[in-house]
Every structure is written in C-alpha cells, then in structure tokens.
Design a protein around this ligand. Sequence first.
Ligand code: 5AD
Ligand code: FES
Length: 355
Amino acid sequence: MRSLVEKLCRERVLSEEEFIALIQGRDPQVTALLAQRAAAVRRKVYGDRVFIRGLIEFTNHCKNDCYYCGLRCSDRVVERYRLSEEEILGCCHRGYEMGFRTFVLQGGEDPGYPPERICALVARIKEAHPDCAVTLSVGEQPREVYQSWFDAGADRYLLRHETADGDHYGMLHPARMKLGNRLRCLRDLKDIGYQVGCGFMVGSPGQRPAHIARDLAFIHELQPHMVGIGPFIPQKDTPFGKEKAGSAELTVYLLSIIRLMLPNVLLPATTALGTIHPRGRELGIAAGANVCMPNLSPLAVRKKYAIYDDKICTGDEAAECIRCLRGRIESVGCVMDMGRGDHVTLSGKEVDRYV
Ligand code: 5AD
Ligand code: FES
C-alpha cells in the first residue's frame, strides 16, 4: 500500500486497478499516511487557509427525479419554495456584511426560474457586489444557457457528475437522465471559462470500488477546479430511503487521494460529511480539504431543502455557523479565509512542484 501512496504522490495518478487496490487495502496506517501527505500538499499550495462560501439554496423545485434526492419531482411530501430575487439579494447583502466574498446559488432544475431570470439575478448580484465571486449550481443546461450566465458574470459552476460509470448512473437516475449529457455539460462549462466543480457521493447504492476508481480516473482527466464529494445519506421519502449511508472514513480517505491527484483543487469538507460524523468536516480538512460552505438561506426555508435526512445547521443562523466553523477549522490547525478563494492558477501563484 505504501508504494501506491508514494506512486500517487509522485505521478499524481494511478491506474484504475491501482485505485481499486488502494481503496480495498486501506487501513489506519495508510489512511494516516495519505492524510498527512495530502495536508502537506494543501499547505504548500493554499497555506493553512480554509475558504468559506455562502450557500444560498434558492429553490427546491426540481423537474428531475434522481432516486437518491429528497427534492425529486415525485416526492409529494416536500414543501416547495422559491426565493424571490429580493430575498436572494438580501441573503447576499447580509452575507457581505458578515464578510463573505463568494456566494453559491444552488437549486433544483426549476422551470419557475428560467435561464433569463437567473441571468438577470447574476447580473444584479455582481452589480451589487462586484468584488464577490458568484457560483451557480442549477444542473444540466444547454451550452448557450451556460454561456449567457457566464456573460452575465457567473464565475464558477458546480455540477457533480454523481458517478462516471454509465451503468451505475442508470441505477441512480431515471432512464431519461444520461451520463453523456452530464459530461457534455461539464466539458462545455470548462470550455466557456468557468471554474468548474464535479463530484460524486461516497457509498451511493450499488457503488463498488471499481466505480470509485472510474470516478477518480474521470476527475483526473477532467482536471476540474473543484471537487465535491460527500457520503450518500438516505432520505426517507425516496426510493433509496432504506439504503445504507456511505461512510465518513472512506469519504475522508478519498479526499486525501483527490488532493494528491489535484494539488491545486478547491475541495470542500461537505455538510453531508458533517452530518454523518460529528467531526466529519474537521477530519476532512485535516485530510486535505480546504473549503466549507455554510448556509446563508433564510432560516424559514432551511429545513425544506432536505436533500437527505438529518442535515446539520438547518436551525442555525449564518453568524452562528461562522463562529462554529471558525472553532472547528482552528481545532485542526487551519485558519478561516472569507475571501473569494479562487483556484490558485487564477491568482497566478500555481505551485507545480510539491513534496
Ligand atoms: N445524500 C448525500 N448527498 C446527496 N446529494 C443528493 N442527494 C443526496 C443524498 N441523499 C448530493 C448530490 C447532488 C448534491 C447537490 O447533493 O451529489 O449533486
Ligand atoms: Fe453551522 Fe456549526 S457550522 S452550527
């Protein structure tokens, strides 16, 4: 195992067979070694800074029907909401006053928020806060739409690929959703000039080590700026409501592998990781993650954005989360950074050689 870790550090990639061996052969020693190497690489590239993004979950309407997601259109229990432009700008304004310089607008694929409306919204946010980065995360769209949002000022886009294996993709989604289109979207986004994030759930139903190995190979090929991974957590009203959750331990292990593969990547310690383990986000940061995304949505809607069960922070004001996160980040020897937190290649300080 040690030699695979050394090879990963040296060459930044392994074959899919080697990734499978690294996943299957993990033990506490290898885990600690990977985490230590990954944290050193993160330190070399970004110092001890952990970037904070303000997440605004602005609509929980969704036309898709992903089997794992609590916002799927077939779910008749969820109380739907859609924030108005004024409410969203209000969240940004309050966030700005607290020090946030980057906002992530996340939502379902909501026909009630057509592309032109999002375009105008992005333009208004950038007009009000020209010094802030705006990230969109609203699913699959035609290239022209992505281009129009970019032209309106959007800087970044998050679209998890969910799984890079076509058959596994078919187990997680209805037949009308295609992996090919997902990947097309990611390539278009990168081509247009966004800072792009892909990612997947750890421990989603049917996921095997070979699928994860393929995800890692795909991430290496795409070379995204951001990678979002978090454990799968069942949501009781979905078809996967009785499936087993993914593990914090494997998620943290994979965070280290991804950091070693992409030294410059922006890597969140996700809310899902904090949900399945009380110190999940700290463990993620200690293993190479460098982003946290506290929620800026109004408290009144928080619980309605129930992608999975028992999500943390749904009852805490943003200011409270900031205080709480600061303590958690400092507990693992890092510092909180409220700046834009661009990918290091965009601030001209890319580190190409590392330990
Ligand atoms: N558990 C964990 N993560 C989930 N997501 C969706 N449903 C779940 C779940 N039940 C993730 C998906 C999606 C992101 C917004 O949240 O990866 O892309
Ligand atoms: Fe929200 Fe800790 S981060 S309460």
